[in-house]
Design a protein around this ligand. Structure first.
Ligand code: HMG
Length: 410
């Protein structure tokens, strides 16, 4: 039986920093970020936005036209958790008005937990085809200011409706996987910024790709040439180039023209290049970028590589469904990205340094542009979320935002 992705949508914060601006302030050649890392902009969330509001925004759009009563489970993947006990998905469940019989829980294994969610969702709908699962992946990628990781920051969320009526991509349950205990990237509970052994993390990513691919071949018997397009986890888009050349070499395709190989990944990089790393969401924002960037993928097989530091990796595959272009949210994504507001370096630094209180006091967050949901504040260590009543087409209020950002600089 078929099962897979019925709908996919992502959300990116309304603010971004141009990496040319960052390069100037860090005394780096802008081409190091633009060409060396393949990144142009990075998303920056304001204080009234977090993994819950970003995830709810992505899921609200992905659920357009889907009967919420059919959602059996909400699987929330993140490595920017806001509570050690309560799942962020419970807040999203409430904000979206999902039925009380819909379960909601959180998954963690760095960037790969979104794929753990997709695999669990596939197993669920294959067992009970009348049910749907909603996978939400949402993260804020934060490294220390001035560290090599800084230009690979970003934020965003993606939501996938997984069902037995996959209008976009039918995913195979057979997949390759690889797990190894390594310290390439991690974030102890007491830290807001990730720690990373950057160069080592790239090596481990490539090793995990080789091993997950080998396992995938053992499970499926497929070859490199059975796949028309490839999607990779995207900490920065140049990583996909490294990964794809690595896989081509491993499978005896290393001598193929560079342009031919790059054409197999290029469409998957457009969104991530201007959103930055969104950890668990990155791979699937890349998948949305691919599907929305090419109109003639009917019946084509995709290779999908998921990597999560620490580490766990999975190699998945699926076939793009006939007529998929009618079920995408490309216009919504284009408008969201077009309406974003560029921050100066000082504005970025002020938002980065802003911290929510941890003493339990009552606190109201400044109002920024955050889509249909916002973190209104905190009281007695409890997060208070609110829905924003607005028409889908209502544009962002640039003037009010400037004032809100100025407030952080004061
Ligand atoms: P770095 O040391 O600042 O950069 O850190 P570099 O010196 O290696 O330069 C980067 C590239 O730019 C190099 O290209 C340079 O040659 C080139 P490469 O050798 O790789 O081909 N370059 C230039 N190109 C054009 N013009 C110039 C120029 N100058 C230099 N003028 C690093 C880079 C990625 C290590 C750093 O940003 C970092 O630590 N980032 C965070 C870690 C990361 O993203 N790791 C990726 C794999 S792990 C992963 O994907 C998991 C993750 O998403 C987390 C999770 O799973 O939860 C991170």
């Amino acid at each position: 039986m078929k099962a897979g992705i019925e709908s996919i949508s992502f959300y990116a914060p309304h603010y971004f920093v141009d990496l040319r601006t960052l390069a100037r302030r860090r005394g780096a050649d802008p081409d190091k970020f633009l060409k060396g890392l393949g990144q142009e902009k990075m998303g920056v969330p304001p204080p009234d936005e977090d993994i819950v509001t970003m995830g709810a925004n992505a899921a609200r759009q992905a659920l357009t036209g889907v009967d919420p009563a059919t959602i059996d489970t909400l699987l929330f993947a993140t490595e920017s958790g806001i509570d050690q006990s309560k799942a962020a998905g419970i807040y999203v469940h409430h904000l979206l008005g999902l039925p009380s019989r819909c379960k909601a829980y959180e998954l963690k294994q760095a960037c790969c937990s979104s794929t753990a969610g997709v695999l669990a969702a596939l197993a669920l709908v294959r067992q009970e085809p009348h049910k749907r699962a909603l996978v939400v992946a949402s993260d804020v990628a934060r490294y220390g200011l001035g560290t090599p990781g800084e230009p690979t920051q970003g934020a965003g969320a993606v939501a996938l409706v997984i069902s037995a009526t996959p209008k976009l991509v039918a995913l195979d349950i057979e997949h390759g996987s690889y797990t190894e205990d390594v310290m390439d990237f991690w974030r102890p509970n007491y830290r807001e910024e990730a720690l990373v052994d950057g160069k080592y993390s790239i090596k481990v990513y490539l090793r995990a790709l080789s091993e997950a691919w080998r396992d995938y071949v053992r499970q499926t018997g497929r070859r490199f040439e059975d796949h028309a397009r490839f999607c990779y986890h995207l900490p920065f888009t140049r990583m996909a180039e490294k990964a794809h050349l690595h896989l081509a070499k491993l499978t005896g395709h290393g001598e193929e023209p560079y342009e031919t190989l790059m054409a197999q990944i290029e469409s998957s990089l457009r969104y991530n290049r201007v959103v930055g790393n969104s950890y668990t969401a990155s791979l699937y924002i890349g998948l949305a970028s691919l599907l929305e960037g090419e109109r003639d993928l009917d019946g084509q097989r995709l290779g999908i590589f998921s990597y999560g530091s620490g580490c766990m990796a999975a190699y998945l595959s699926g076939v793009v469904q006939k007529g998929y272009t009618a079920h995408l949210h490309a216009d919504h994504h284009k408008r969201m990205l077009d309406e974003r507001v560029e921050l100066s370096f000082e504005e970025y630094a002020a938002l980065y340094e802003h911290h929510l209180p941890t003493d339990g006091s009552a606190y109201e967050t400044a109002r920024h542009e955050t889509g249909f949901f916002r973190l209104a504040g905190l009281n007695e260590h409890k997060r208070i979320y609110e829905k924003i009543e607005r028409a889908d087409s209502e544009p962002a209020h640039a003037e009010a935002e400037r004032k809100a950002i100025a407030g952080h600089l004061a």
